[in-house]
Ligand binder design. Structure first.
Ligand code: ATP
Ligand code: MG
Length: 392
């Protein structure tokens, strides 16, 4: 009998009557993520999902790695099933966790008896198995409060499962259980983190990127697509929209006051993103803005940007320091890609002295010096879309 994985729910366990819906979304997401590693069977019981391979050649290491990035899972255990008798559990079961015990100094045994017909009660299983382990590994000591290893025995209807791993899952709630949002994805550090944080709360992510060839290169776009594929390990497959933005930027430069370039550009990005959202039935936007980080992210600048928005804009990193954002980007593996030095359309026509306290009325007047409507419609028309899958 090969190993199985026990995925323990986080918040889903508390969802009451809606629990089934969340569970179904979680199972669907897990299926999508691990189907490339083999065929699996899924069983739900007591806020745990039992994932059993149907054949022996499933790549369980990759499965464990992928599952650590699936939102909705609090803990992951890799376990093995044994016959439901104490003899099998205390010999073959302990063989299975021997390596973890050899490398530990302290341990405890935990037992869950779902099958009440099993002749020993949980405290007895713990006591007896603890004795067997101490005899076999004399270097160990029992520590019930803070052990290095917890050997867990779960007596279920079908089998007794034994495990000694208890790995943290990604937490959060399953992607797709909180609607969808459009992430404005640049090649920087902040926006991938913003997308990750929304996905963690169950929001499915589409991404939109603005490029300005020839000022921005093919390589710059490939870098952003790579970021999307790293994010997809957490968010699931991402629908990626790419907007040709060159003409709009050139007309901003030719017609509008220099000190307002960036803010007008951001307003037009929001306008285009919203039009695509409206076509795709996506109700909200997400950006990687953090207050005060740069001139276009002062309170006054954001008031001017938001004035161009008719749908909610979520900014999950708004109150975070760069250091904190970097820490998450390292954790989710986007950092090294984000710092690759490619140009972004934002940096193409940056004004020398951007206004940090723009006045909304002046911004609108500056923007109205050119009628962008035709170019906006053209950019929306020429936007391309394709799906980006997880890179692992
Ligand atoms: P990031 O690290 O995400 O690039 P940033 O600190 O560089 O952010 P800005 O360049 O001012 O900040 O961009 C603010 C936000 O605007 C980004 O987080 C992103 O959501 C969006 N954005 C910027 N440039 C682009 C782009 N070329 N395509 C799509 N969205 C963009
Ligand atoms: Mg940027």
């Amino acid at each position: 009998m090969s190993e199985i994985v026990l995925a323990k729910y986080g918040e889903i366990a508390l969802k009451g009557l809606n629990k089934n819906t969340f569970e179904d979304v979680l199972v669907r997401n897990i299926r999508r993520r691990i189907s490339k590693y083999g065929k699996f069977e899924y069983k739900k019981a007591q806020s745990t999902l039992y994932i059993s391979p149907k054949n022996d050649d499933c790549d369980m290491d990759s499965v464990m790695e992928a599952l650590q990035k699936v939102f909705g899972i609090a803990k992951l255990c890799r376990a093995k099933g044994f016959d439901k008798d104490f003899e099998a559990i205390s010999t073959k079961g302990i063989d299975y966790v021997a390596e973890a015990l050899e490398n530990a100094n302290t341990f405890k045994v935990a037992s869950k008896r779902a099958d009440k017909k099993f002749p020993m009660k949980s405290p007895e299983i713990c006591r007896e198995l603890g004795g067997v382990i101490l005899d076999r590994f004399p270097h160990l000591e029992v520590d019930v409060n803070n052990p290095d290893v917890i050997v867990t025995v779960e007596i279920r209807e079908e089998q007794a499962f034994v495990h000694a791993t208890n790995i943290d899952g990604a937490g959060g709630i399953p992607v797709g259980s909180s609607g969808r949002a459009m992430l404005l994805l640049s090649g920087g550090i902040d926006s991938p983190v913003a997308g990750y944080m929304m996905a963690k709360r169950g929001v499915a992510i589409s991404a939109i990127h603005f490029e300005s060839p020839p000022y921005t290169s093919e390589r710059a776009r490939m870098k952003v697509e790579k970021l999307a594929s790293i994010m997809a390990n957490y968010c699931g497959r991402i629908n990626f929209y790419c907007v040709p933005f060159t003409e709009i930027q050139e007309q901003i430069k030719n017609n509008c006051d220099e000190e307002y370039f960036t803010i007008i550009m951001r307003r037009l990005m929001m306008e285009i993103a919203q039009r695509i959202c409206e076509k795709q039935d996506i109700p909200s936007l997400v950006t990687g803005e953090s207050i005060g980080q740069v001139a276009s992210q002062t309170m006054y600048a954001m008031v001017c940007t938001d004035n161009a928005c008719r749908m909610p804009v979520f900014r999950p990193v708004i109150g975070m320091d760069k250091r904190e954002i970097v820490e998450i980007s390292r954790k989710i593996d986007t950092f090294e890609t984000s710092i690759e030095p490619y140009e972004d359309c934002c940096t193409v026509f940056t004004p020398k002295h951007p206004r940090t306290k723009p006045v909304l009325e002046e911004v609108i007047n500056a923007q109205n010096k050119f009628d962008f409507e035709e170019l906006i419609a053209k950019a929306v028309e020429e936007t391309t879309a394709h799906y980006i899958d997880a890179n692992k």
